[in-house]
Design a protein around this ligand. Sequence first.
Ligand SMILES: [Fe+2]
Ligand SMILES: [Fe+2]
Length: 444
Amino acid sequence: MIEKIEKYLKELIVSLQVARIYTINHPKFEEVSNAAFVTLKDILQQNYEFTFGIIGDELAYEREIFFDLSKKVKAAIHIFKGKGIERITFSRGIEKDEFDKFIEFLGTPKQDFTGDLMAYFSSLRLKNIVVGKINILSEAKREPDEVKKYLSHYDESLSKLSVSIEDIVDGHKIDGLDLKFTLINVLDNLFSQYQEFLKLTAMKRYDDVTFGHLVNVSILAMYFSWKLGYAKEDFLDIATAALFHDIGKIFISRKIIKKPDRLSAGEFAVMKSHTILGAQILLKYSENLGVIAPVVAFEHHLRYDMKGYPKPRFSQPLHASSLIVSICDVYDALTQRRSYKRDYPPNLIYEFMNREKGGLFHPQLLDRFFQIFGVWPLGTILLLSNKDIAIVRKQNQDNIFSPIVEIVSPESQRQFINLKENRTVTIEKFLSPLSEGKEYIPLV
Ligand SMILES: [Fe+2]
Ligand SMILES: [Fe+2]
């Protein structure tokens, strides 16, 4: 029985992942949810009902705690917990339709529920599924502790992404479905008020520069392509491709990247080969990860004007995903410079990238990029012309140079100003979070 229950929990969670990625109307959902439902019916043949619970961060049935499974499905467990569900009971009369509705309910992002969740739940008429300890904290009532938990889950998702990178480096199998599920959870968190994502680039979460870079570029590319209007399946493909765009480098890095001196011509040639090497590695994973990832690995240094590397034997235009990733790639590389050199002020990064419009970058895409992220990204610490210190809180899409900021110093001046409308103050300069801006970091 225990094996059967574990099998069912696995299938239930795969159904949830597929529902999140493809929606419940997709044939893929039908396939996985049918499998889960057959196992469930089988269990209910022998028991009138069965209950599983979540204890701490683990899935449990009676006295059995499924440690291994729980480790693999942390994001899903977080979804149960996020909805206040600690116990779920299924009983014999359950219909497939009830099961599907329940999965759909689980798969809907938390922020899409504003009304009374319990009322919603009963309106679904889920007679044969009962959940226990529903205790939804409204956004306003969220305790500081809850915020901490929330952010730590976000952290967890990020480290999971880096585990996927490690898996490929070590030649392990990779769960493409779970990876995309993690990506979409990261994106969900970006929608919320805790917009951590640009701060992320400032945080040194990983020792290995390449790992941090891959995760950052993936998140940038996902957010960017979502904002561009790509469908979920497509922006997840782009995010996945971005996550692995430099994977070839990790294989080379052990020999060459760590070299402190300038690379010789020969070494540089090896370095350039990370594109081809990456594409070769990712082709082996195409069944799980799709074909966009090897295409992007191959094309991301080709440049919009096709003057980059590796020299292609074809002349068709680059894949849109490669053009998107290449913008995010360079943007992150320039932002990350702060880790070992003097900071690059964001306006300088904008100028540099804009000079490459039509050369390195697709012109309209580059414009859209800065409309979305602004010249001064969220969380940037600024000195204004009246000597007040402000932090960027929101972009103005029609004026990328003048965001909405919050004055944080002097304390008595604390307020929001829209720099697009208020023409009496201007931005004087950027304060680096590594030096002059350091003391304002807690306010970011
Ligand atoms: Fe690269
Ligand atoms: Fe890169």
